[in-house]
Design a protein around this ligand. Structure first.
Ligand code: FAD
Ligand code: NAP
Length: 338
């Protein structure tokens, strides 16, 4: 029988360290326990919320339902010629998985080193960093569909991956629980170092033809030097998505802001750096009550102490309004809000 705790503080389970409470809380170690927990929530007519590492959510208020902490474990490899199919349970730690694969000589994940959180959440926003997105390695996933009331396997097309986006943030939000993810890696070193900051770091290290391990080490070094560690300064990483705007809107902005950081996309749109917009608008290092925007990375919202979900959302709303007023751009919050 699964053990449900009541009135549990979620502070240790979210990297923004928001001290909200779950009416019921259970840690799931098997798919049978997932079924039991969902039946429990159904029986009490309460909503359920699956959380992993809590590094991409804002627990804005107490959750009057059943919080399911993902503790499903297990990793399997299937070598197929010079490719490897890796299947990992949703509760495995993402970064540990990246390092395990590198150690075994299975390549492709190195640019995604040191991203916090668990495997099951990686497809939710198609995690990406330093020029690589999960979708480029993704084979399939498996999970419980609460509406169809069955386990389903979804391929990349069915997951509708986009820029920090997928079907799990839309049609399947709150209705699909990912239990395992399968990725296709390579035994041949695959290197992607087109991302400027990464290329520059490797150049500084004298590594112009790096191994995948060296790429991972460079990524980790950049991340440690730039990003606040949630264990020391609670945060949820980038708080806003980089906006994708039309070429027309870009053409109207660039004469006013010639130094504006921008990246033309294949579909004709232009990606702007949300961090640049925030810095330009004066938000870098600005503190409002117990929360604020980080002094080194304007895009990272930090909790300086006992900040509340309401303070976080109020700061975010003020920023969104200011960026709209100054640039005509609607910034979208990246973490999921509950
Ligand atoms: P959680 O925060 O626990 O959950 C996020 C969402 O997914 C919630 O809606 C939750 O309900 C849902 N969910 C979680 N698990 C499941 C499941 N098994 N089935 C269904 N739904 C589920 N992200 C990037 O893309 N790139 C980065 O480089 C990056 N760097 C970061 C750096 C820092 C310092 C921090 C704090 C965050 C960073 N992030 C980054 C954001 C975050 O780490 C990732 O999005 C990560 O994949 C979230 O994993 P998690 O287990 O913590 O998810
Ligand atoms: P950065 O290197 O200072 O660059 C700022 C922004 O410019 C990034 O967000 C990145 O977009 C974009 N960019 C840079 N070079 C690019 C290129 N060659 N082509 C297209 N876009 C480019 O960014 P950072 O804040 O230090 O983050 C480094 C990487 O880690 C980024 O990929 C970022 O997404 C990732 N990261 C994500 C989170 C999160 O919570 N989501 C947190 C920390 C870091 P992209 O974001 O699209 O790559």
């Amino acid at each position: 029988m699964l053990d449900f705790s009541e009135n549990v503080s979620l502070k240790p389970f979210n990297t923004l360290a928001l001290d909200t409470r779950a009416h019921y809380f259970a840690s799931l170690k098997s798919t049978a326990e997932l079924a039991e927990a969902l039946a429990f929530a159904d029986g009490k007519k309460l909503p359920a919320l699956m959380i992993g590492g809590g590094s991409n959510l804002v627990l804005a208020s107490d959750f009057e339902g059943v919080v399911l902490h993902n503790a499903l474990r297990g990793i399997e490899f299937e070598v197929q010629g010079d490719e490897v199919l890796l299947t990992a349970a949703a509760g495995e730690n993402w970064h540990h998985l990246v390092m395990l694969c590198l150690g075994k000589g299975y390549y492709g994940l190195q640019n995604l080193a040191l991203i916090p959180g668990l495997v099951g959440a990686a497809p939710i926003q198609n995690i990406g960093a330093y020029g690589v997105e999960l979708v480029s390695l993704f084979e399939s996933l498996r999970g419980w569909d609460c509406e169809a009331k069955e386990f389903r396997q979804l391929n990349a097309g069915q997951c509708q991956f986009g820029y920090r986006d997928s079907i799990f943030k839309h049609t399947l939000k709150g209705r699909f629980y990912i239990t395992e993810v399968t990725l296709r890696l390579s035994t041949r070193p695959t290197i992607s170092i087109g991302y400027r900051a990464l290329r520059q770091k490797l150049f500084e290290l004298g590594l112009e033809e790096p191994t995948p391990q060296q790429v991972a080490e460079a990524v980790m070094a950049i991340r440690r030097s730039k990003l606040p560690d949630p264990a020391e300064l609670p945060n949820a990483g980038s708080f806003f998505k980089n906006p994708l705007i039309s070429k027309k809107q870009f053409d109207s902005l660039i004469p006013h802001y010639p130094a504006m950081v921008h990246y033309p996309q294949d579909d004709g749109r232009v990606k702007l750096a949300a961090g640049w917009l925030l810095e330009k608008a004066g938000w870098k290092g600005r503190q409002m009550g117990r929360v604020g925007m980080h002094t080194e990375q304007a895009i990272v919202l930090v909790n300086y102490g006992a900040g509340s979900g309401a303070e976080v959302l109020s700061l975010a709303a003020q920023i969104q309004q200011d960026i709209k007023d100054k640039f005509g751009i609607a910034l979208e919050i990246e973490p999921s809000i509950y």
